[in-house]
Ligand binder design. Sequence first.
Ligand SMILES: [Zn+2]
Length: 178
Amino acid sequence: MTTTPVSPDHPDGRPQDGADDDLLPYLRQALTLATANADAGQLPFAAVVVRDGQVLGTGVNTAGRDSDPIAHAEVEAVRDACRKLGGGDLTGAVVVSTCEPCAMCHTATLVAGAARIVYAAPKEYVPDFGGTPRPDLTRLQGILREAAPETVTHQPTDGAREPFDRYLAVLAAGGAGR
Ligand SMILES: [Zn+2]
């Protein structure tokens, strides 16, 4: 198990929301990927795996294209990073996501050994895309956050809503889900 080092930004060793300014370039990179994914008619989510200032892997949500409901951006980014490393150990890495992770992606991050997940958009930013509400998954998400708060952090990021706005425009034009 990896622990976050204690620093002035992380009093008591727990990262505070908004204390990850150093990850902003990667959050912006992920937002650019998510916006491009929306333009391609796929769900507007993306993630980047970072360690020691190096991008190890990236992923976008391909659930629609691949008929794969678990092809979330964070899972795809973890898979990409592990493939490129030739191994499954992401110790010390951070998964940087455009959006607050669901329970599966939070868990996948930790299973792969990454230290934590940092996200740009709180789940409240996600518009209604016409899917079925899943209060059970929202409840699991909350339980995990409460159980391991040091492993998930919100970093406010300019443009965090842009992928969602783009996807809504694509939906309105009838171009989603190709
Ligand atoms: Zn997810």
